[in-house]
Design a protein around this ligand. Sequence first.
Ligand code: SAM
Length: 364
Amino acid sequence: MDENKQSAELQNSEVPHKRRKRYSGTHPKKFSEKYKELNPEKYKEDVAHIIARGATPAGMHISIMVQEILDFLNIQPGQIGLDATLGYGGHTKAMLEKLEGKGHIYGLDVDPIESEKTKKRLAEAGFGEDILTVRLQNFKDIDKVSEETGHKFNFILADLGVSSMQIDNPERGFSYKVDGPLDLRLNPQKGVSGADRLKQLTKAEIEGMLIENADEPYADKIATAICRWRGQKRPIETTTDLRKCITEALSFLPKNEQKEAIKKSCQRTFQAIRIDINSEFEVLYEFLEKLPSVLAPGGRVAVLTFHSGEDRLVKKAFKEYHRQGVFSDVARDVIRPTQEECFRNSRAKSTKMRWAVRSLRSSE
Ligand SMILES: C[S@@+](CC[C@H](N)C(=O)[O-])C[C@H]1O[C@@H](n2cnc3c(N)ncnc32)[C@H](O)[C@@H]1O
C-alpha cells in the first residue's frame, strides 16, 4: 500500500466521518414554528410586511369590510352592541372604538381556544370587562344572551364562517392544504369530528351533503370514493386522506383539468363537511328567526356571508321581515368588498354583506 493511501485510511479510522448538518432554510416549515407570526403583537414589523404582501400572518385574522360595516352601523357612544362572531376581535375592536368608552359590546364565539386569546388581547388593548363581555356561546342563542344581559341591542354584527386562525392551524383540520386530523369542529371539545361523521353517513347522505352544502358537481364520484375507501378498510382520518380520496375520485378527468378540479372539489368538500358537523345552516336559521326580538327599535344588523347557501337564507329572512314591517329598511342588493380590499386580502373575495334596520315599532 502506498504511503499516502495508508495515512488517509488511518485518518479515516481515527476521525469518524461526521455528516454535514442539513441546511433547513430560513423559513419555519411547521405552523407551530411560526413563532413571529403566532405572536403578532411582539413582531409588529414582520406582521406589517406579511400583510403588505397580501397574505394573512399565522395566528391572525384580517377583518373584512370594516369601514362599510362601521358606516352602516353608525355606532354612537353609550350604545349596546353584539358581535355574534368575535373571532380575532378585529371588528369588535373597531366597534368598541366608536363607543368612546361609553356603552357595552357582548362578543360571542363557540371556539374556546381562540375566544380566550381574543379576550386577553382586547383586554391588553384597553377593552376590559367594563366595556366588553366575551361569552362562549352559539349565536343561535341570541335570545338567551338578550334575556340574561337584560338588553336589546342597538347594533349586531355576524361575520359568518371560520377565522384565518382556525383555517391555518393544522390541528383543527379545516384546510386540505396542510396535514392534520380531519376535525373541522368550531368547538373541538363538543360534537362529532369530520372523520367520525364520514364513518356514520351512507353514500346517498354524503352525496346529498356535498350537493346541499357546497354545490359539488362531482358529489356522486366523491361519495362513491369515500365509501370505497371505507369498504377497503382505509379509514379517512386526516385532511391528507380526504384529499387523496378526492384525487382518486377525480382521476377520470383529463390530466390537464385534474389539478384545478381537485383543488376546487377539496375546498367544497371540506366546506360541506364543516357546515354539516357544525350545523351551520340550522344555527343561522335560528339566529335569523330570533333577530327581530333582540334588536332595539331602530337597531341595525349587518351580516357577512361567504357562500351562496348562507346568503340565500339571510336575503330571504330580511326580505320577509321587511314585507312584514318588522324591518323598516334592508339592503336592496348585496354589498361586496372593493377590488382593492380583495387584492389586499384574498379571503375577502367571496364576501357578501347585507344589512337591515329594525323598525321603530316597539319589539315584542
Ligand atoms: C370569520 S370569523 C370572525 C372574525 C371577526 N369578525 C374578526 O374581525 O376577527 C367567524 C368566527 O365565528 C365563530 N362562529 C362560527 N359559528 C358560530 C356560531 N354559531 N356561534 C358563535 N360563533 C360562531 C367562529 O368560531 C369564528 O371565530
